[in-house]
Design a protein around this ligand. Structure first.
Ligand code: FES
Length: 156
Protein backbone atom coordinates (compact mmCIF):
# COMPACT_ATOMS: atom_id res chain seq x y z
CA UNK A 1 0.00 0.00 0.00
CA UNK A 2 1.46 3.42 -0.89
CA UNK A 3 2.79 5.42 2.03
CA UNK A 4 2.60 9.20 2.17
CA UNK A 5 4.93 11.29 4.30
CA UNK A 6 2.90 14.08 5.82
CA UNK A 7 4.06 16.74 8.22
CA UNK A 8 1.05 17.56 10.35
CA UNK A 9 1.25 20.26 12.98
CA UNK A 10 5.02 20.00 12.92
CA UNK A 11 5.17 16.24 13.38
CA UNK A 12 6.05 13.58 10.81
CA UNK A 13 2.88 11.56 10.24
CA UNK A 14 3.36 8.79 7.66
CA UNK A 15 0.04 7.53 6.32
CA UNK A 16 -0.79 4.43 4.32
CA UNK A 17 -3.59 4.83 1.83
CA UNK A 18 -4.69 2.52 -0.96
CA UNK A 19 -6.23 5.41 -2.88
CA UNK A 20 -4.26 8.50 -3.96
CA UNK A 21 -7.57 10.28 -4.44
CA UNK A 22 -8.63 9.83 -0.83
CA UNK A 23 -9.44 13.30 0.52
CA UNK A 24 -6.98 14.76 3.00
CA UNK A 25 -9.93 15.47 5.32
CA UNK A 26 -10.66 11.75 5.65
CA UNK A 27 -7.01 11.02 6.40
CA UNK A 28 -6.84 13.72 9.06
CA UNK A 29 -10.02 12.60 10.76
CA UNK A 30 -10.00 8.84 10.30
CA UNK A 31 -6.33 7.88 10.11
CA UNK A 32 -4.74 10.55 12.29
CA UNK A 33 -7.53 11.20 14.79
CA UNK A 34 -7.57 14.94 14.18
CA UNK A 35 -11.27 15.68 14.35
CA UNK A 36 -11.43 19.46 14.48
CA UNK A 37 -11.57 19.94 10.69
CA UNK A 38 -15.17 19.13 9.86
CA UNK A 39 -17.02 17.48 6.99
CA UNK A 40 -19.74 19.86 5.91
CA UNK A 41 -20.58 19.65 2.22
CA UNK A 42 -17.77 17.52 0.83
CA UNK A 43 -17.93 19.69 -2.28
CA UNK A 44 -15.53 22.52 -1.50
CA UNK A 45 -18.38 24.93 -0.89
CA UNK A 46 -18.73 25.44 2.88
CA UNK A 47 -15.21 25.81 4.27
CA UNK A 48 -15.77 23.64 7.35
CA UNK A 49 -12.84 21.40 6.38
CA UNK A 50 -10.29 24.20 5.85
CA UNK A 51 -6.70 23.53 6.91
CA UNK A 52 -3.38 25.11 5.99
CA UNK A 53 -1.27 23.40 3.32
CA UNK A 54 2.20 24.92 3.19
CA UNK A 55 0.65 27.95 4.90
CA UNK A 56 -2.22 28.41 2.46
CA UNK A 57 -5.86 27.76 3.32
CA UNK A 58 -7.25 24.78 1.41
CA UNK A 59 -10.47 22.81 1.50
CA UNK A 60 -9.20 19.46 2.73
CA UNK A 61 -12.24 17.63 1.35
CA UNK A 62 -10.99 18.57 -2.11
CA UNK A 63 -7.27 17.80 -1.66
CA UNK A 64 -6.25 14.23 -2.59
CA UNK A 65 -3.74 12.56 -0.30
CA UNK A 66 -1.62 11.89 -3.37
CA UNK A 67 -1.02 15.63 -3.70
CA UNK A 68 0.27 16.29 -0.20
CA UNK A 69 3.21 13.89 0.10
CA UNK A 70 6.05 15.70 1.84
CA UNK A 71 4.04 18.84 2.45
CA UNK A 72 3.24 20.70 5.66
CA UNK A 73 -0.30 20.64 6.99
CA UNK A 74 -1.62 22.66 9.90
CA UNK A 75 -4.95 21.98 11.53
CA UNK A 76 -6.59 23.94 14.30
CA UNK A 77 -5.11 21.43 16.75
CA UNK A 78 -1.68 22.77 15.77
CA UNK A 79 -2.44 26.47 15.88
CA UNK A 80 -2.27 27.01 19.63
CA UNK A 81 -2.51 25.09 22.88
CA UNK A 82 -4.96 25.39 25.77
CA UNK A 83 -2.13 26.96 27.76
CA UNK A 84 -0.97 29.26 24.96
CA UNK A 85 -3.88 30.13 22.70
CA UNK A 86 -3.24 31.54 19.26
CA UNK A 87 -4.45 35.17 19.17
CA UNK A 88 -7.29 34.11 16.86
CA UNK A 89 -8.45 31.50 19.35
CA UNK A 90 -8.27 34.01 22.20
CA UNK A 91 -10.19 36.57 20.13
CA UNK A 92 -12.90 34.06 19.15
CA UNK A 93 -13.39 33.26 22.84
CA UNK A 94 -13.39 36.94 23.82
CA UNK A 95 -15.98 37.77 21.17
CA UNK A 96 -18.01 34.64 22.05
CA UNK A 97 -18.11 33.73 18.37
CA UNK A 98 -19.25 30.10 18.19
CA UNK A 99 -22.83 29.09 18.43
CA UNK A 100 -22.91 25.45 17.32
CA UNK A 101 -19.20 25.77 16.48
CA UNK A 102 -19.23 23.46 13.48
CA UNK A 103 -17.80 26.05 11.10
CA UNK A 104 -15.39 27.64 13.59
CA UNK A 105 -12.29 25.60 12.85
CA UNK A 106 -12.48 26.30 9.13
CA UNK A 107 -13.09 29.98 9.74
CA UNK A 108 -10.12 30.31 12.09
CA UNK A 109 -7.81 28.52 9.66
CA UNK A 110 -8.94 30.76 6.81
CA UNK A 111 -8.39 33.80 9.01
CA UNK A 112 -4.96 32.50 10.02
CA UNK A 113 -3.96 32.33 6.36
CA UNK A 114 -5.23 35.87 5.83
CA UNK A 115 -3.35 37.29 8.82
CA UNK A 116 -0.14 35.58 7.74
CA UNK A 117 -0.32 37.56 4.51
CA UNK A 118 -2.01 40.77 5.68
CA UNK A 119 -1.12 41.65 9.25
CA UNK A 120 -3.71 44.41 9.67
CA UNK A 121 -6.54 43.72 7.23
CA UNK A 122 -9.46 46.06 6.80
CA UNK A 123 -12.94 44.91 7.67
CA UNK A 124 -13.62 44.57 3.94
CA UNK A 125 -10.55 42.37 3.49
CA UNK A 126 -11.66 40.16 6.36
CA UNK A 127 -15.15 39.85 4.94
CA UNK A 128 -13.77 39.04 1.48
CA UNK A 129 -11.32 36.43 2.79
CA UNK A 130 -14.10 34.69 4.76
CA UNK A 131 -16.71 34.99 2.06
CA UNK A 132 -16.59 31.27 1.31
CA UNK A 133 -16.86 30.08 4.92
CA UNK A 134 -20.49 29.45 5.69
CA UNK A 135 -22.08 29.69 9.14
CA UNK A 136 -25.66 28.57 9.48
CA UNK A 137 -25.96 30.10 12.97
CA UNK A 138 -25.25 33.57 11.60
CA UNK A 139 -22.17 34.31 13.69
CA UNK A 140 -20.52 36.33 10.90
CA UNK A 141 -20.65 39.70 12.68
CA UNK A 142 -18.83 38.28 15.69
CA UNK A 143 -16.39 36.44 13.41
CA UNK A 144 -15.35 39.68 11.74
CA UNK A 145 -14.98 41.42 15.11
CA UNK A 146 -12.81 38.57 16.39
CA UNK A 147 -10.51 38.52 13.37
CA UNK A 148 -10.00 42.28 13.61
CA UNK A 149 -9.33 41.91 17.35
CA UNK A 150 -6.74 39.20 16.68
CA UNK A 151 -5.08 41.40 14.07
CA UNK A 152 -4.79 44.19 16.67
CA UNK A 153 -2.93 41.83 18.97
CA UNK A 154 -0.47 40.90 16.26
CA UNK A 155 -1.56 37.43 15.17
CA UNK A 156 0.71 36.07 12.43
FE1 FES B 1 -15.00 20.76 2.47
FE2 FES B 1 -17.49 21.79 2.77
S1 FES B 1 -16.62 19.97 3.66
S2 FES B 1 -15.76 22.66 1.76
Amino acid sequence: MPRYSLSVNGLARPVDSPDPDQPLLYVLRNALGLHVAKFGCGLGQCGACTVLLDGRAVRSCQVPIGDVDGRAITTLEGLGTPEALHPLQAAFIAEQVPQCGYCTSGIIMTAAALLSEVARPTETEVRTALDGNLCRCGSHVRVVRAVLRAAETGAR
